[in-house]
Design a protein around this ligand. Sequence first.
Ligand SMILES: [Zn+2]
Length: 237
Amino acid sequence: MKDLGKILEYQENDIEFRKIDAEFNKNPDKKKLDSAKRDFDGVQREFSASVTEAERLGKEIEQAYAESKAAAARIDELEKAFMAAETDEAKAALLPAMETEKSRLDSCRNKVVNNIDRIKKLLVSCSQKQHEKKKIKETYDNIKATLQKQLETIQPRREALKKRMGELREEVDPELMEVYARAKKDGMAPPVFVAAIRNGDEWSCICGMRLSPGSVSKLKNDGIYRCDTCRRILYIK
Ligand SMILES: [Zn+2]
């Protein structure tokens, strides 16, 4: 089988690369870093929600202010009409409208006062959140610096593996590379290529699957055979 040695070398490098990363990710500091990141995002979301709410309340204040100005202007006009009215009936006829405008004015004022109260509270909470974010960021940066140091110790080997894998990727038969890449994409953890186990005339896969005579001849002809059970690619050593 052409390029089999190269794909096996690629696979070996890949396994070591994944092992290094898996071990690094098991690092408790890595978990702490992830959790600090989550905490930060959580506080950030609350912060943004408070800002959005304050903006909405601010717009409501503007609107209530405009409405209260209009209501005050109408009250002025109604009061002038009231003074100018010549009969008690005419005066009485103006009263309901005056009441309506006054209560409108009151509710606008209440809205402004309530919204301002709420905005003040939001501002306090925003500044607390800002402080909290700063503290989490400090923790995050500290852990990150520790991790960075640890990363530097594994990085040379990691880079070397990556470089070699890059070279091999260019050299290996693209079809074999594709088989490997697809198997990994489907969620198979390497090894993808495994040597078939021989016991006399019987051939089997590492998963225990025994090859039928037809499968054996296919393996011998093509040099590789996909296991029917675990889908790994068998080759003859
Ligand atoms: Zn198998």
